[in-house]
Design a protein around this ligand. Structure first.
Ligand code: 26M
Length: 818
């Protein structure tokens, strides 16, 4: 029998319509007239898939036959956002699909709205992974993204009386047309038990005798490159109980009970942990990490490499990029595979392992650095703990050789910490094992070298490098901002989508009054579009003519949403008390989007405060509608795509030295928002590129922050020293936003006055001065629009395509394939 090659359906309106109707009939089991909007959405998704399928097969086959190096991106999170529009765009099918559906009497926009985004990440780190795999596909780099197919992604946020409540995100309930289960490619992943030595033909070896195991079933998602015909793979693992699920820890010979016990195994991929700092050391979280990393390494060796592959050559074929410390347990896992299973010598295995991993750090907060107690790690992964101990022993010998018997240094650099309990420091393990360690913005990488990993940088200066983050221009400009995209394409041609530095060509147009007018008109229309989106979500509409001032990011004390609130309260209080002339105040809408980790009490109080202030300020007639606060619930990628193109002002106000990079800052600048920001993370580089005239800088620099801490920071001094600050805090404390109840926000107020870890009070007056400059600048609309255009023109550097080129050159030493 001749096996017909897979061919894509005809790339015509008729061909598309035919395929769509076929999928509606044979996959959804409905006719056009009996179908509902979800059936139609699914059939449309299947149709887009059908067009990409042949390429996907080709690229996977090529990966096996070609000897090109593969980037294996290991990430516990991928915050993908909606898939439909992105895949239509990549496959050049948007117009064809729109027309084909119109012929069927369907408005494609109605179908777009029903897609539930896969929220398999918390925030910046997960979204970065999604941008990176988009760029790698667009640049034809053989890549596999490996991660976890959480059944429940990041929780859905709702507000009740201004306070956050969390609801489960059942994103799979309506079907998941974008992924393919491959149960035949499942891996068995083991846990717990003991280790033993045995005689292997005269060689003493160690083996792990696990206690229980689970199946890791891969689900493949297509990652299409933009207009290049490449389709890479995102492979997410789901935990399924094995038939031989070892029940002896649970059962008592009770069949029903034993079947129920299988849910224990399936819990592993059940839910995304909604924290994005301060890891809790929870056992399930370690299970998740080992589960996906062990499955990924085995999958690559068994299914991507040819059968007879010589593992000594592994570093030529793969680089495992560690997205933060979450996948670092892969280091001892690869050692275990090479030494225990493939029977390589320790030294040979270690030489291979060190070349196969590289580590990206995404934080500087000490409390965010992951550690696992030796107790827990030894119980769950006893063999891995032994391997970590040996790695550490040999590493510390090396330290002694280099620096002598400096016991203090040894204690500081040890992968095993002793206080307050014995633990494995995952960032140190990653640094010792990785061929490279990178930070995510210049300042962050510098602080890594100077502070967090200083002893390691002294030992291996060449190991450390920087790759400043980037964002995909396809999703965050081309798709999110179609009107601006059309204007840019008209001015510069279409090439900017894959060569973002071409935006430089807009600089000349900043002085063209006609272009400025059209650019400003796009902003106005994006605000109207956002307003409709908000109304559809049951929120208030935007007021015409308002400056849109946005702060969209996770809720964290270090990001300082409270500083933003103090600005709002101060402006409100200034108008009401007569200290400010209302005529000098620009009409503004303050828009927040932020989820708080469910267990982060202070962050939740800040949410409550924002909503409480918003309610009072937005409704007070004395401000004559000039100040509005909006806080739409459940900020996510989909909502970001509506907010970012409409924004005038981007709030990037973290305490200097705390925000590793930020990526929202890049997305907003790229869409023509001006930044008010501290000298922190990638803000530093944004300001350098867009120029001081087009950026509102305020606040202490990182060295100034250090100096103020060192001398002893007393926030109350700043409260006493600035009347505007005193009035604002007093108003909150007096219960002005809590119906006269002084207790509601008391913990928040006393935290600010007596602790203020992130020095909001110290930066307050500088921040208010910068906001005055914002108001003055906005009053000159022509000047503002000019600055906005220059922000777009000079943000090309922040493309994730550039970031991928940097990783390829500095870390991966891999190349695109033809
Ligand atoms: C760890 C353990 C247990 C539960 C959750 C975690 C965890 C999950 C996500 C910890 C951190 C997580 O993400 C951190 C993060 O998003 N960092 C951000 O990374 C961005 C991309 O590099 C940067 O732009 C941000 O500055 C940085 O805060």
């Amino acid at each position: 029998l001749a096996i017909a090659p897979v061919v894509a359906p005809a790339a015509s309106v008729d061909g598309f319509a035919k395929q769509f109707l076929q999928n509606l009939n044979f996959d959804q089991g409905v006719t056009l007239s009996t179908s509902d909007v979800n059936d139609q959405y699914l059939a449309l998704a299947y149709t887009v898939r059908d067009y990409l399928m042949a390429r996907w097969f080709d690229d996977r086959a090529q990966q096996k036959t070609q000897q090109a190096k593969t980037v294996c991106y290991l990430s516990a999170e991928y915050l993908l956002g909606r898939q439909l529009d992105n895949n239509l765009l990549a496959a050049r099918l948007t117009d064809i699909a729109t027309e084909a559906l119109a012929q069927c009497g369907i408005d494609i926009d109605d179908l777009r709205q029903v897609e539930i985004e896969p929220g398999l990440g918390n925030g910046g780190l997960g979204r970065l992974a999604a941008c990176f795999i988009d760029s790698l596909a667009t640049m034809s780099v053989p890549t596999i993204g490996y991660g976890i197919r959480y059944e429940y992604g990041i929780f859905r946020q709702a507000f009740a009386d201004g306070q956050q409540i969390e609801q489960p995100d059942a994103w799979l309930r309506m079907g998941s047309p974008w992924d393919f289960a491959h149960p035949e490619a499942a891996q068995t992943i083991s846990f717990a038990g003991t280790t033993e030595t045995y005689d292997d033909d005269g060689v003493e070896r160690t083996r792990w005798v696990p206690e229980w195991n689970v199946l890791a079933v891969p689900y493949n998602m297509m990652v299409p490159g933009y207009h290049n015909g490449r389709v890479n793979t995102l492979r997410l693992w789901r935990a399924v109980a094995t038939n031989a699920f070892d029940l002896h820890t649970f059962n008592s010979g009770d069949y029903v009970q034993s079947v129920r016990a299988q849910t224990f195994a399936e819990n592993i991929s059940k839910v995304l942990y909604p924290e994005d700092s301060t890891p809790q050391g929870k056992e399930l979280r370690l299970q998740q990490q080992y589960f996906f990393v062990a499955a990924s390494i085995a999958d690559f060796i068994e299914n991507v490499l040819p059968g007879d592959f010589d593992l000594e050559q592994l570093p030529e074929r793969v680089i495992f990029q560690l997205n933060d410390t979450h996948p670092v347990i892969g280091v001892p896992e690869l050692m275990r595979v090479l030494v225990d299973e493939k029977k390589l010598e320790w030294d040979a295995a270690w030489a291979i392992t060190q070349k196969c991993f590289a580590y990206t750090c995404h934080t500087l907060l000490p409390e965010a650095l992951e550690v696992w107690s030796v107790d827990l790690l030894g119980r769950l992964l006893p063999r891995h703990l032994e391997i970590i101990y040996r790695i550490n022993d040999e590493f510390l010998l090396e330290v002694r050789e280099r620096f002598g018997d400096d016991e203090m240094l040894i204690r500081n650099m040890s992968i095993i910490g002793e206080h307050p309990y014995r633990s494995v420091r995952m960032a140190y393990l990653a640094t010792v094992a990785g061929s490279k360690v990178n930070g995510v913005a210049e300042l962050h990488s510098q602080l890594l070298r100077d502070n967090v990993l200083k002893d390691f940088a002294a030992m291996w200066p060449d190991k450390f490098t920087n790759v400043t983050n980037g964002v995909t221009p396809r999703r965050f400009l081309r798709l999110a901002n179609p009107d601006l995209s059309a204007l840019i394409t008209e001015a510069l041609g279409a090439g900017w989508t894959v060569d973002l530095e071409r935006l430089r060509g807009l600089e000349a147009l900043a002085d063209d009054a006609d272009f400025r007018e059209r650019f400003a008109a796009v902003k106005v229309s994006n605000k109207r579009r956002l307003s409709r989106v908000l109304e559809a979500r049951g929120e208030d509409a935007l007021d015409d003519g308002h400056m849109l001032d946005v702060m969209i990011k996770r809720l964290h004390e270090y990001k300082r949403q409270t500083l933003k609130v103090l600005h709002i309260v101060s402006t409100y209080e200034g108008i009401v008390s007569g200290r400010l002339d209302i005529a000098d105040v620009q009409a503004r809408t303050f828009l927040f989007g932020a989820k708080a980790a469910p267990g982060y009490g202070m962050a939740k109080r800040i949410i409550h405060l924002i909503n409480a202030v918003g309610e009072v300020v937005s409704a007070d007639e004395r401000v004559q509608g000039k100040l509005k606060v909006l806080y739409p619930a459940n900020y996510n990628v989909t909502l970001a795509e509506s907010i970012i193109p409409a924004a005038d002002l981007s709030e990037q106000i973290s305490l200097a030295g705390k925000e590793a990079s930020g990526t929202g800052n890049m997305k907003l600048a790229l869409n023509g928002a001006l930044t008010i920001g501290t000298d922190d993370g990638a803000n530093v580089e944004i300001r350098k590129l867009v120029g001081d005239d087009n950026f509102f800088l305020f606040g202490m620099s990182e060295p100034e922050v250090e100096a103020l801490w060192a001398e002893g920071y007393r926030p109350a001094d700043f409260y006493q020293g600035d009347e505007r600050l005193r009035s604002a805090i007093d108003l909150i404390a007096a219960g002005a936003f809590s119906g006269g109840d002084r207790t509601v926000f008391e913990p928040l107020v006393s935290n600010l006055l007596y602790e203020d870890r992130f020095m909001a009070l110290a930066d307050f007056s500088s921040y208010l001065d910068a906001q005055d400059r914002v108001d003055a600048a906005y009053a000159d609309q022509d000047g503002w629009v000019r600055a906005a255009i220059l922000n777009v023109a000079r943000s090309g550097y922040f493309s994730s395509d550039r970031a991928m080129r940097d990783y390829l050159e500095r870390i991966w030493h891999a190349t695109p394939v033809s």
